[in-house]
Design a protein. Structure first.
Lengths: 280, 249
């Protein structure tokens, strides 16, 4: 009787949470409907101008910028994360392993505004002085994002590498492989699904990050022609305009949210596919 | 003699695992190592290809001579040592790759790029472990789809593909059913023409069936060693007799 009661209690709390999440999605969709109705999906996605005063609401440049910034962040973060994960799991001593763990956890726990502040005060002057432009750029945002997603990719890659059965490594050594050959030909391929999951989760975090990006990217709404150009992402657009948007403009910000949501859902589906395909 | 073990000791942390082992292993013979669990037989066999180097806080002293050369000398290249001394493990451990790639792995990491040579060697190796007929049309399918006994034979094929001089086998049949065990034993018997085989087993019937020489280990010490027939029919030491008659272990 008592057991049943606890079970029901847990179930209802779970259902509540599920209901709240569903409600958010419904709300997001509901508030975006007027904008979809007014402009139509194709026009929203293809128009390259976002000028609320002129009733122009194309989000294509923002989609492009969001993806560009995130993929650039991956290009910077993945090699760094992978080499770090391999070093910690395969080559370092137990002492170094113990030292690195809290460092990486701390990196994950730093609030994004701090990262943004670091970008603003350190990165932007550096880029302005040594690379070009005025510093507020896609490049700055990518670097900040890359640092922010390092802990996600490192931790998941570490887990994946650690979970490769010791027997594989042993078999490789017994056949006369060097440690490097065992890592590159046996351990990494076996850890690949987990590493990919980490990369996609990192990508999801990068696409969704708002504040740190907003602080360093300059927020000019345009199709960027180089990584030194300023741009505006889907997330920062919502944050910048939500306090004064009205009517159709207000609804268009929800369209921003829906697009973000769809991107995240696609990424999640990808991770599930990967895990399913490799059975892990 | 292919291998001479001289005053060999192993310490793990503070524990003395092997105590002053002296043993000779004859070329082209099957040498069984028997003894109860925890007697150090696995540690001993893994010392012959220095797999124990992977174990933290492992410390060896004394000598193991392979063709007269101490494999614990500083100038020994462990990677090339392991190409000369292959190993088959207790649990079949094929890589999550195709059957072909499993057998070709050792050749490829050794730098062989001649694809015709690789192919011939892979097929020959599979044939010599009696696996080729069963898998010829699925060479490129995952090795993990094979049965336990087939996987173990694949691991033996993988070991012999790089043409080692010695093959170490660490209880290769302990996870197999009787029929697969029989096949692997027949295979081991056929291999001694070309290789020197050291076989760790806790199955005394197996030692009796396949080996030429047998050594009995107990609590980290080598108690008795000799021709398999002599050890089983006429053991010199009481401990050996008690063990092979099943009074302990």
């Amino acid at each position: 009787m008592n057991e049943k009661f606890i079970e029901k209690g847990l179930l209802s709390i779970t259902l509540c949470l599920f209901f709240i999440i569903a409600l958010i999605i419904v709300f997001l969709a509901y508030e975006s409907i007027p904008a979809f109705h007014h402009f139509g999906l194709i026009k929203i996605l293809s128009d390259i101008h976002w000028i609320p005063d002129l009733n122009l609401f194309g989000i294509f440049p923002m989609i492009l910028s969001s993806l560009l910034v995130s993929f650039l962040a991956l290009i910077i973060a993945v090699p760094l994360s992978l080499t770090t994960a391999i070093y910690i799991e395969e080559l370092s001593s137990i002492r170094i392993k113990k030292l690195f763990k809290p460092i990486i956890q701390t990196l994950a726990g730093i609030p994004s505004v701090v990262y943004g502040f670091f970008g603003l005060t350190v990165l932007i002057p550096l880029i302005r002085d040594y690379v070009g432009g005025d510093g507020f750029s896609i490049l700055a945002a990518s670097i900040v994002l890359a640092i922010m997603i390092l802990p996600t990719i490192i931790t998941l890659s570490q887990d994946a590498i650690r979970n490769v059965p010791f027997e594989y490594k042993q078999a490789s050594f017994a056949l006369g492989s060097t440690h490097f050959q065992a890592i590159s030909k046996i351990i990494l391929p076996a850890a690949l699904p987990g590493i990919l999951t980490g990369i996609i989760l990192g990508l999801g975090r990068a696409v969704g990050e708002t504040l740190a990006v907003l602080m360093v990217i300059g927020n000019v709404n345009q199709i960027p022609s180089s990584v030194l150009d300023s741009a505006r992402t889907l997330t920062s657009n919502i944050a910048l305009e939500m306090c004064y948007a009205m009517d159709i403009h207000y609804h268009m910000l929800f369209v921003n949210g829906v697009v973000l949501f769809v991107i995240i859902v696609i990424l999640m589906a990808l991770t599930i596919c990967i895990q399913h395909k490799w059975g892990c | 003699m292919k291998i001479n073990v001289k005053n060999f000791n192993v310490n793990l942390d503070d524990k003395h695992i092997l105590n002053n082992i002296n043993l000779d292993i004859k070329r082209n013979s099957i040498h069984a190592i028997i003894g109860p669990s925890g007697c150090g037989k696995s540690t001993f066999i893994k010392s012959i290809n220095r797999m124990n180097d992977l174990v933290k806080n492992f410390k060896a002293s004394g000598k193991i001579l392979l063709d007269g050369k101490n494999i614990y000398d500083d100038d020994i290249d462990v990677v090339s040592l392991r190409k000369r001394v292959g190993m088959v493990f207790q649990k079949a451990n094929p890589f999550a790759k195709s059957i072909f790639d499993n057998v070709a792995y050792g050749l490829r990491i050794a730098g062989c790029e001649d694809s015709d040579y690789i192919k011939t060697t892979v097929l020959d190796s599979l044939a010599s472990v009696g696996l080729l007929d069963g898998v010829e049309d699925k060479l490129y399918e995952s090795a993990l789809k094979l049965s336990g006994g087939q996987q173990q034979r694949l691991c033996i094929a993988r070991a012999i593909a790089i043409n080692p001089e010695v093959i170490l086998m660490d209880e290769p049949c302990s996870a197999l059913d009787p029929l697969s065990t029989l096949k692997v034993e027949e295979l081991i018997n056929g291999l001694k023409e070309d290789y020197t085989i050291v076989l760790v087993t806790h199955n005394m019937q197996q030692a009796k069936r396949v080996s030429d020489y047998t050594s009995f280990f107990l609590d980290g010490e080598l108690i008795e060693s000799g021709k398999t027939g002599d050890i089983f029919s006429n053991p010199k030491c009481d401990k050996t007799e008690n063990y092979i008659e099943g009074r302990f272990g």
